[in-house]
Design a protein around this ligand. Structure first.
Ligand SMILES: Cc1cc2nc3c(=O)[nH]c(=O)nc-3n(C[C@H](O)[C@H](O)[C@H](O)COP(=O)(O)OP(=O)(O)OC[C@H]3O[C@@H](n4cnc5c(N)ncnc54)[C@H](O)[C@@H]3O)c2cc1C
Length: 406
């Protein structure tokens, strides 16, 4: 059987993509390697999800269940315990408990999420000892399996997972010595700094990092130091005793399945897409954390909906091959998604992140002649927060430029 849309990944983005696609197409299948849907949200028992989509504050688990119950009302086939191992020409190879099978697809949406950067990934110096974990793994250990990683913890990296885990560990009775951040500003959301650190008197040490890990078989502590703007160690090193270290030092899109078939961005590490979340291979779409790291699950779901609708239109031959133009960014912007747009009437939302903190600044989008086609004033922009600006494409062509107005 030929499916109209095959969605790989049953997290909030993949589920939203499948639901949206099923509103336009008959044959939609969702493939998930785990025994249940929900993705990373299944281990997020804290609240803070759903404010944008459901207009109320839910836990990650509740958020996932809401979307899953919507999914069940649609005509969508769900394959659990099924690992999509390869994308071949209009086919997905899936490893199931009953053997390997190939699923034919008019279009494919890859929404496979991301993985955490490890100690090796940041060349953490010192002993390779037990007790060094990624923060998401500890979240799973505590929330899924009821296991506590130690008694005294230190957290490296101020991403949201690190902040959330600082609070989670404290609630479990673990003494959190602090959160170290090499940058001058925190990379997590402002609400997480307040609710997870300030409310629990957990110190946040900015411009600080670990010099080396100490221990014999298990971690016994770390030497930490302040760094200058070039990340060189400055001042005296200090020993912090701890029996576990959590790393919250970045998430990386898991794009191996593309096997170099689709064009990837050197910045986001996800696929380069147009506003329909269509990759350089027109029948392959992508959304969620595998495309770029989202601060909010709501945004991952919204992106899934865009990919779902677009893939369904492609399957129904209603998404023609448009001429494409680039969206370029100034040096103050880390990245934007999409990176291209199609020359056709309509509008789309451009998502981006600032490289550093900006207060009371205007973001402008200019066309090739230097005329402003869109602008938005921001009271504050933090690198950890994803921003958005609407682009009206009517009569627009040529490359466009996103910049922070001087
Ligand atoms: C620790 C942590 C805390 C967070 N806290 C918040 C918060 O408070 N509020 C908030 O709004 N957001 C939060 N987020 C962000 C939010 O959880 C993510 O943005 C969201 O889960 C991304 O959704 P996704 O569908 O892209 O990826 P995921 O949720 O990771 O789902 C991807 C799914 O794809 C499956 N998969 C991958 N590859 C394959 C394959 N080859 N074959 C089959 N299946 C595959 C995976 O098993 C997984 O189920 C948090 C994230 C983390 C990690």
């Amino acid at each position: 059987m030929m499916y109209d849309v095959v969605v790989i990944g049953g997290g909030p983005s993949g589920m939203a993509a499948a639901i949206r696609a099923s509103e336009f197409c008959q044959k939609v299948v969702l493939i998930e390697r785990e025994p249940r849907l929900g993705g990373i949200l299944n281990q997020c028992i804290h609240n803070g999800f759903g404010l944008k989509i459901f207009k109320e504050e839910l836990t990650g688990v509740e958020y996932a269940q809401r979307i899953e119950s919507r999914l069940k009302q649609q005509n969508i086939e769900v394959l659990l315990n099924s690992y999509a191992s390869k994308i071949l020409d209009h086919k997905v190879e899936v490893i199931t408990q009953h053997g390997i099978k190939q699923i034919k697809a008019k279009t494919i949406i890859f929404a496979g999420g991301c993985r955490e950067r490890t100690a090796g990934g940041i060349s953490l110096a010192g002993k390779r000892v037990a007790g060094v974990y990624t923060a998401g793994l500890v979240q799973k250990m505590i929330n899924y399996y009821g296991k506590i990683p130690g008694k005294k913890a230190l957290i490296l990296g101020s991403g949201d997972i690190g902040l959330i885990m600082a609070r989670r560990l404290t609630l479990q009775g673990v003494k959190v010595e602090g959160v170290l951040e090499i940058q001058k500003s925190c990379s997590g959301l402002r609400r997480n700094i307040t609710q997870c650190l300030d409310d629990f008197n957990i110190p946040l040490l900015l411009s600080h990092t670990i010099k080396r890990v100490v221990g014999k078989d298990r971690i016994e502590g770390v030497f930490i130091s302040k760094v200058d703007e070039n990340f060189n160690f400055v001042g005296e090193e200090k020993f912090v005793e701890c029996d576990c270290l959590l790393l919250s030092v970045g998430l990386i899109p898991e794009t191996e399945i593309f096997n170099n078939q689709v064009e990837l961005s050197s910045i986001t590490k996800g696929a380069v897409v147009n506003e329909f979340r269509q990759t350089s291979i027109p029948y392959i779409f992508s959304s969620g954390n595998v495309l770029h790291i989202h601060d909010l699950a709501d945004n991952a779901s919204i992106e899934g909906e865009i990919a779902g609708e677009s893939a369904a239109k492609y399957a129904n031959s209603k998404l023609p091959n448009f001429e494409m133009c680039n969206i370029e960014i100034s040096k103050d912007i880390s990245y934007c998604v999409p990176q291209r747009y199609c020359v056709c009437d309509g509008e789309f939302m451009l998502y981006f992140r600032a490289k550093k903190r900006f207060d009371k600044k205007k973001i402008v989008v200019k066309n090739e002649s230097g005329n402003v086609i869109s602008s938005k004033f921001y009271l504050a922009m933090l690198p950890g927060e994803m921003q958005e600006i609407k682009i009206n494409k009517n009569n627009l062509s040529g490359n466009i430029y996103l910049e922070v107005e001087e």
